[in-house]
Every structure is written in C-alpha cells, then in structure tokens.
Design a binder for this molecule. Structure first.
Ligand SMILES: [Zn+2]
Length: 105
C-alpha cells in the first residue's frame, strides 16, 4: 500500500519525493498523502487522518489542485485519488506537476 512517489514539474523542474499511503501496520493511524503547504509553498507528505481539516494544507486528492489528467494513471488509496499528470505546481503555479511511482514498500 505505501508508496513513494516522485513529483516533478515539467516547466520549472521542481522535484520532491513524497509518501503515499500508510504501511501494513500503521495505516489506521498514519495515511501520508502529498499536500501543498500554503505557508512554505512546498509539497509534503501529510497525515490525512490527522490533518484533513487543517486549512494550511491542500491535499493532492482534492480537485482544487488537479488539472486535466488526460490519459494519466490514477493512484488510489482507499477513497483518495491522485492524478498522475497536470497537478498544481507550488513553485511556478502551473498545472504541470507529474507524480510517478518510485518505490513500493
Ligand atoms: Zn513548476
């Protein structure tokens, strides 16, 4: 279930690695989902279970920061879905960020 994703912007080359999904033993309390941190303007892995009401974060499962996924893959984690392509980039503010699966653990 737990996955490491690489986020990469095709316009400004912003790159970050994020966790998606909890592990076999902690998924009930820890469910990291890539989120845009409005204060730092960075993407972080944030525990959706404890921070979903925190207005400082916009999770990439939220339609607000998704663009057109075209024929992209959808990463599923319970009822959360991440689009593979055309997500909001916190640096250049275009819908140009791609998530790629990197490591399963
Ligand atoms: Zn960018």
């Amino acid at each position: 279930m737990a996955e490491i994703l690489k986020a990469n912007c095709r316009i400004c080359n912003y790159k970050v690695e994020v966790k998606y999904g909890g592990g076999k033993f902690d998924y009930l309390t820890n469910n990291p989902v890539p989120a845009f941190n409005k204060t730092t303007e960075e993407i972080e892995s944030v525990n959706f279970l404890t921070e979903k009401e925190n207005s400082n974060y916009v999770f990439y499962s939220n339609d607000e920061i998704k663009g057109d996924n075209e024929d992209g893959y959808i990463f599923r984690n319970f009822d959360l879905e991440l689009n593979q392509i055309n997500n909001y980039c916190p640096k250049c503010k275009n819908y140009s960020l791609t998530f790629q699966s990197y490591i399963y653990s």
